[in-house]
Design a binder for this molecule. Structure first.
Ligand code: 4GX
Length: 254
């Protein structure tokens, strides 16, 4: 899969996308990431990429011509590339959208700065507008990196052979269960006994229940989509009433 990032700050991308899992995915040729400096497509002497907004107001707006030329230059290499604009006005990014985008062969990611981009960019060149969340960044670059990271995890081979993004418990609309590693005792705080028992069915059951308990406590909105068994729904009901089951309180305890 190929990503072309259109930005005024190409240097922002080198280490986040060059290290660790994504760096290895690039080395293996599973993903290709190229930055395109929008300023290189400003043809005037001073390479101007922004201007004051018509109608007045604060700040600057990114001009349409340099962005149009930059998109057209990438599209001339691959007409089927889809163009995404990262903006708080876009549709909320989530795991299902990441999975869908991972089936595309080529994405162009437009990163805006200042007060945004001339509306005609959206009208003429953008296939999809995506927001990574309801907060305001200083530009679309970090949002593009978040998108590339989450999408790349779905590409076969990126996470390594025995690990798949589909296994993440987010897929089942549950938060992850708590993880522990050595030592067994850290300043009196111990790893739960069941994890040391070697009893794999007991461990699976504990993890599943912890995942449900945490989700109920922290993200009850996710539970509606979770595939809980009737028994698990019953346990949750009891837990929410404050009763203890198997010495473990369910529901809102965190
Ligand atoms: N999820 N930003 C875009 C420039 C801008 C300003 C106004 C359109 C209208 C963001 C987000 C995000 C900051 C990227 C403002 N564009 N992008 N930029 N949240 O906050 O994606």
């Amino acid at each position: 899969m190929r990503f072309d990032i259109l930005t005024l700050f190409p240097n922002m991308f080198s280490s986040p996308l060059g290290e660790s899992i994504l760096g290895k995915a690039v080395e293996k040729g599973l993903i290709q990431i190229q930055t395109v400096n929008i300023r290189d497509f400003a043809l005037d002497k001073h390479r101007v990429v922004d201007d004051a907004p018509y109608g007045g107001g604060q700040g600057m707006v990114m001009k349409v011509e340099p962005i149009a030329r930059a998109i057209e230059s990438v599209k001339s290499q691959n007409r089927s590339a889809r163009t995404i604009h990262l903006t708080p006005q876009g549709k909320p990014f989530h795991q299902d959208l990441a999975r869908r985008l991972s089936t595309q062969s080529h994405l162009i990611l437009l990163c805006g700065r200042y007060e945004g981009v001339d509306e005609r960019v959206r009208e003429l060149f953008i296939d999809e507008e995506i927001s990574i969340g309801d907060y305001v960044l200083t530009g679309g670059e970090l949002a593009a990196m978040v998108l590339i990271d989450a999408v790349s995890r779905f590409i076969p081979g990126v996470l390594g052979s025995d690990r798949s993004a589909e296994e993440d418990s987010f897929l089942n609309s549950l938060l992850e269960y708590p993880q522990y590693t050595r030592p067994v005792d850290f300043r009196g705080s111990r790893v739960p006994e069941v994890l040391l028992s070697g009893n794999h069915s007991a461990i699976s059951l504990w993890r599943r229940r912890e995942a449900i308990r945490r989700t109920s406590s922290r993200r009850p909105d996710l539970l509606a989509k979770a595939n809980l068994t009737e028994e698990e729904k019953g346990l949750l009901e009891e837990g929410l009433k404050g009763k203890s089951i198997d010495g473990c309180r369910w529901g809102k305890v965190d």
